[in-house]
Design a protein around this ligand. Structure first.
Ligand SMILES: [Zn+2]
Ligand SMILES: [Zn+2]
Length: 282
């Protein structure tokens, strides 16, 4: 499904091919069972906390994640980025990092800490923009493995706007079936959770006068942009048959870039960072 999605995207937007070849490396790696090793345990207090708490599973881990396959994966992402031969990604050719630096990049990306990533870019001898781009993919295989590990233990009664599994902001909303059940999909760990409509996932606004909808020309049947005037945030809402497979949110997010462009052109944005910070230093 994911690979079909990427090839279709490539033929629709040939100009994205260089970056999609890097995304491809991450999507293949998501299926590697080796990432399942050494998952951190979730603390006893978190397990006994109310199911409707607003604390993500990831932020309840006893210890920070310590994946053992990071540096070879970062190597593969950097090699794919360099093979893409674009001027911006080309700055990665000067990057020099060891296992420890790979871990620092992973932790900063996991925490959504762009300032830390920029500092790391200068420490390892590259530019901030290409490192941010590649680092955004670095936590995905570990986060997807964490989501598989936590399956069945993730709160069903969840009201916060961020992912109950990993704390990331949703990549998009999926409006499913004739009942129009609304799910929010995480583009990082792949978890999908049912959410109430008419509520901004970022600031919790419920006043319908503050909430609006932008309907893109020609696509109004399948998609819309839900906007919040209070925090100026937006969520892409796509009509789908069902919540779909875990990596679908990541692909659907790429597929709907036109909606991001339409929303940002009107002054709306997606929040940076993550919705639920973790307790560890990055
Ligand atoms: Zn998530
Ligand atoms: Zn809002």
């Amino acid at each position: 499904m994911a690979m079909t999605g990427l090839s279709e995207l490539r033929s629709r937007h040939p100009e994205w091919a260089p970056w999609l070849s890097v995304v491809d490396v991450a999507l293949c790696e998501i299926r590697n069972p080796a990432w399942q090793e050494g998952m951190p345990s979730v603390s006893q207090s978190a397990r006994s906390a109310t199911r409707a708490s607003s604390t993500s599973r990831l932020s309840c881990c006893d210890v920070p994640p310590n994946p053992t396959h990071l540096q070879p994966f970062l190597d593969r992402l950097v090699r794919a980025a360099l093979a893409a031969r674009t001027p911006s990604l080309g700055a990665l050719q000067h990057a020099r990092y060891d296992a420890r630096a790979s871990m620092s990049i992973f932790m900063a990306a996991l925490q959504g800490d762009d300032e830390r990533l920029d500092a790391l870019a200068s420490q390892i001898g590259t530019e901030p923009a290409p490192l941010r781009a590649v680092a955004s993919l670095l936590p995905l295989p570990w986060l997807q493995a964490f989501r598989r590990e936590q399956a069945g233990r993730i709160s069903q009664a969840w009201s916060a706007g961020y992912c109950p599994c990993c704390g990331s902001w949703p990549a998009l909303a999926k409006i499913c079936g004739i009942e129009r059940i609304r799910y929010l999909g995480c583009g990082r760990c792949g978890h999908c959770w049912e959410a109430e409509g008419l509520k901004c996932p970022y600031c919790g606004m419920r006043d319908h006068e503050q909430l609006g909808m932008l309907l893109p020309e020609g696509r109004a049947e399948q998609s819309a942009i839900e906007v919040c005037k209070a925090c100026e945030g937006y969520v892409k809402a796509l009509r789908t048959l069902g919540p779909g497979e875990p990596e679908d949110a990541l692909i659907a997010d790429l597929f709907s870039v036109e909606l991001d462009l339409a929303a940002t052109a009107r002054g709306y944005h997606r929040p940076s960072g993550v919705g639920c910070r973790m307790g560890w230093e990055s």
